[in-house]
Design a protein around this ligand. Structure first.
Ligand SMILES: [Zn+2]
Length: 316
């Protein structure tokens, strides 16, 4: 099967109360870890590429790796998605490069400018059979060059459900990332966060069947945080979104959940462990291999949290 877009996935996800995991890829090992997990769990998959990933690995290498993943897993629907396209030009480039889904993030502009930029991307993408995710409201935290509001202020910048109706109507975007109190990065919160489930519910009432997206939704798993801190790392205050909250959101209108920090931490934790336990080791396969295995295990676990394990066939 060739790469697919998100339409059937989101339809099934909305109907059956699960969300598709959107995992960020930057190199071969991360991609292989994710792919091994979805192949075993028979889950639909969104592989997402940020502008930083395009710069780091180059699009041609990432595309070649993803092409192999697609060819080797004919029963699994896989989407290649641009994460946080900041301008029309970036989104256009990705549509031209064969992405099946792009995100345009003009959420830092005014409401009117956000509509105008998003609409321009939607017109270009839809004419070429590519779906578009947009963003309304402002998330907290920092991820690559995406700087959000201060984590103390996330609850003041939630998405307004009334604006969602107008925004989706005027832009025609296929899915929407909303601000419900989540935050990018590993230092999302100082205390146990509360997500604004009422916003999800309200949008669900106003736009029944419309797929919503949760960004900044890594959980900062204790297992990896502890390993990092034990083996010379310093992430004592890292805190993410509790998995129970994610499990609740995916039963509502949330159809896509973005996960990057948890991948980074799994890989980093294992590499640190190998370096500390066997300081003489210098074969990259001996530390990247365990890192890849940790990613696989972590992603398998996430697929169950999101409820999308076993749902590949439902998305075809
Ligand atoms: Zn994001």
């Amino acid at each position: 099967m060739a790469l697919v877009d998100t339409k059937k996935m989101f339809k099934a996800a909305y109907k059956e109360g699960f969300a598709v995991g959107a995992f960020n890829v930057n190199n071969m090992e991360i991609t292989q870890g994710i792919i091994a997990a979805i192949a075993e769990e028979k889950a639909p998959l969104i592989l997402q590429i940020s502008r930083g990933a395009r710069e780091y690995a180059s699009m041609s290498y990432l595309r070649a790796i993803i092409d192999v993943a697609v060819a080797e897993n004919p029963d699994i629907p896989i989407v290649m998605h641009l994460d946080h396209g900041d301008t029309f030009e970036t989104c256009k480039q990705c549509v031209d490069d064969g992405f099946t889904s792009v995100m345009v993030d003009a959420s830092h502009s005014s409401f009117e400018e956000n509509i105008a930029t998003t609409k321009k991307v939607v017109d270009y993408a839809h004419a070429r059979g590519v779906v578009v995710e947009a963003e309304l409201g402002q998330l907290g935290g920092i991820e690559e060059d995406v700087v959000g509001v201060h984590s103390d202020d996330v609850m003041k910048h939630l998405t307004d459900p009334d604006q969602v109706v107008e925004f989706v109507g005027k832009t025609g975007c296929d899915s929407l990332a909303i601000a419900i109190g989540t935050s990018h990065g590993a230092y999302k919160f100082k205390s146990e966060p509360k997500l604004a489930f009422d916003v999800i519910e309200e949008v669900g009432r106003k736009l029944p069947g419309y797929p919503l997206v949760m960004h900044g939704s890594s959980s900062v798993l204790k297992e990896f945080k502890d390993l990092i801190n034990k083996y010379g790392g310093k992430m004592p205050d890292a805190m993410g979104v509790p998995e129970e909250a994610i499990g609740r959101a995916v039963k509502m209108a949330i159809c896509k959940v973005n996960i990057d920090t948890d991948l980074r931490m799994a890989l980093t934790a294992k590499i640190r462990q190998v370096f500390c336990e066997t300081p003489g080791e210098f074969d990259p396969r001996k530390y990247l291999g365990p890192g890849r295995e940790a990613i696989k295990k972590m992603v398998k676990h996430k697929l169950h949290v999101l409820g999308c394990a076993g749902k590949a066939a439902a998305c075809l």
